[in-house]
Ligand binder design. Structure first.
Ligand code: HEC
Length: 497
């Protein structure tokens, strides 16, 4: 009993022989067709030398074909039901196959009826060809046969040219739909295995917009507008070790980028059939979406060669220091500080040819004014900016609004005030701001910090960190010989006083 494999496994094991075995009845039937054709042809004088099939031979061959076809159908059935196939997908091949096997048996039954035999035999051949094609499509995918077909053959057969199996091209950013092209692929990757057509855990399906809108057994999962009202996000945000966390522990988790997109979507009121271009999308989200759709924004693809050439030409005429930041990328570090007051608005405007490539810009101590800061508008890639000790004021800071990559900004010893730094809340990546020796108050700094900090993200990372710390601790060996206890206990005795 114990050594015997369970019957279910035996079926699955034998089922895998179906694709091999199925060629046997096909071969036999094709051979029979050739023999019948030869017998027919032999009736004509010039071909009389061809062999003619005898009744007995025909019966034997048909009996073999019927037996092998029946076994084939049985093996195919076992294969279809061993769990690896989607039954809905297999269904047409399955029934065609059963019909083809039945037809072969039928031909065997009627082959002695002279007028019926040819009709039945040809029908069974056609049925078998159709079933075989459906089976081949199942294993190789549609378009397998025609993938390498020369154009003239296709024209001749009237088959439109098929492209080799290829993913549908993602729409570009402007035409991408907020739900269908941006959110749905994330849910499909991370959630659908448990919340889709096959399984709908918690009564929740996330495979179509209608199901998503319907929610789970506890009601809607996306609230309009307020991400904190979204059960969907709340479940994702839960500490990873809790039972309610989604996707459950041990399953592939959402990446930070995917989360950022989902958070934006929920906070934007879960927009549906709307193109991204019609929505107000923070730069950071837009960039992630663009990358996911497969096209980086144009300004991210600067060529290093021409940029460095332009930089060299510029630095030859002046003493601004221009250096590439890395040995391979096009990004530049531009330093005007050594020029002091000799560097002003005109000199800043002259950097225009390299503006998109500037990543670090030091204008500290120069005579650049509010009017001159307009030139920064073209520096989309700016990450670090020094404006300390420049004659700039609140109104000049408006020019920084579009610099969504800025992480570091130094405004020390300038005339900026609380009113001016309010604008900086539009810079999602700003993490360090220096306003020493200005009129900016700590309260305004705190307010700005609160708007710029993604507390949910930090809490999530903290939870992950705590979980990791727990795992690290669980990996460690904790040996205890009582040594520490003993030393602690004997210490006072060692130095009696
Ligand atoms: C490995 C399977 C699995 C995956 C993957 C998974 N879930 Fe779940 N989910 C469950 C199970 C099981 C339940 C029901 C038990 C529960 O409520 O915790 C559930 C319940 C939920 C509920 C509560 C529904 C209700 O109304 O009670 C939400 C919301 C949810 N999941 C969201 C998600 C999201 C979003 C993802 C993808 C980021 C996801 N799940 C991925 C298994 C999964």
């Amino acid at each position: 009993m114990t050594g015997q494999p369970p019957a279910e496994d035996l079926g699955a094991f034998l089922g895998r022989f179906h694709p091999l075995w199925v060629h046997l009845p096909i071969g036999i039937l094709v051979l029979l067709a050739i023999l019948e054709a030869a017998s027919l042809a032999a009736r004509a004088r010039p071909l009389a030398w061809l062999p003619s099939i005898s009744r007995g031979q025909r019966s034997l061959i048909l009996a073999l074909a019927a037996a092998f076809a029946s076994v084939s159908a049985a093996l195919g059935w076992a294969l279809a039901h061993d769990g690896d196939y989607d039954l809905a997908h297999v269904s047409s091949h399955q029934w065609l196959g059963v019909a083809a096997a039945a037809a072969t048996v039928l031909v065997l039954a009627v082959h002695r009826v002279r007028w019926l035999y040819p009709v039945a035999f040809v029908s069974s051949l056609i049925l078998m060809a159709v079933a075989a094609h459906a089976g081949a499509t199942l294993t190789h995918g549609s378009g397998y046969l025609t993938a390498h077909m020369p154009a003239f053959v296709g024209k001749w057969l009237g088959i439109p040219p098929t492209k080799p199996v290829e993913k549908p091209k993602a729409p570009d950013y402007a035409r991408a739909m907020a739900y269908a092209d941006v959110v749905q692929p994330i849910l499909k990757d991370r959630c659908e295995s448990c919340h889709g057509a096959e399984k709908s855990n918690g009564g929740l399906r996330l495979d179509t917009l209608e199901f998503l809108a319907k929610g789970g057994k506890h009601g809607p999962v996306v609230g309009a507008g307020d991400p904190s009202k979204s059960t969907l996000l709340a479940r994702i945000d839960l500490p990873p070790e809790t039972k309610e966390h989604m996707p459950p522990k041990g399953k592939p988790q959402l990446s930070e980028d995917e989360l950022t997109v989902l958070e934006w979507w929920a906070s934007a009121g879960a927009p549906r059939e709307k193109p991204m271009a019609s929505l107000e999308v923070p730069e950071q989200v837009a960039e992630i979406v663009q990358t996911r759709l497969g096209g980086a924004p144009a300004e991210l693809m600067l060529a290093r060669g021409p940029t460095l050439l332009a930089a060299e030409r510029l630095s030859r005429g002046s003493s601004v220091l221009i250096r590439p930041i890395s040995p391979d990328g096009p990004w530049l570090d531009v330093n005007a500080r050594p020029l002091g007051k000799a560097f002003g608005d005109k000199e800043l405007a002259a950097l225009a040819p390299i503006a998109p490539a500037i990543e670090w810009l030091d204008l500290g101590g120069t005579s650049v004014t509010d009017a001159g800061l307009a030139a920064l508008g073209a520096m989309h890639h700016l990450v670090r900016l020094h404006l300390d000790q420049c004659p700039v004021t609140d109104s000049g800071l408006a020019a920084l609004k579009g610099l969504k990559r800025i992480e570091y900004l130094n405004l020390r010893a300038t005339a900026v005030t609380d009113r001016g730094i309010g604008v900086l809340s539009a810079l999602p990546r700003l993490r360090s701001l220096y306003v020493w020796q200005t009129a900016v108050t700590p309260a305004a700094m705190k307010a700005l910090g609160d708007t710029l900090t993604n507390q949910r993200k930090i809490s999530r990372m903290e939870a992950e960190q705590a979980e990791l710390a727990r795992q690290i601790d669980a990996e460690r060996f904790h040996g205890n010989t009582g040594e520490t206890l003993r030393t602690a206990a004997t210490k006072p005795n060692e130095s009696p006083k």
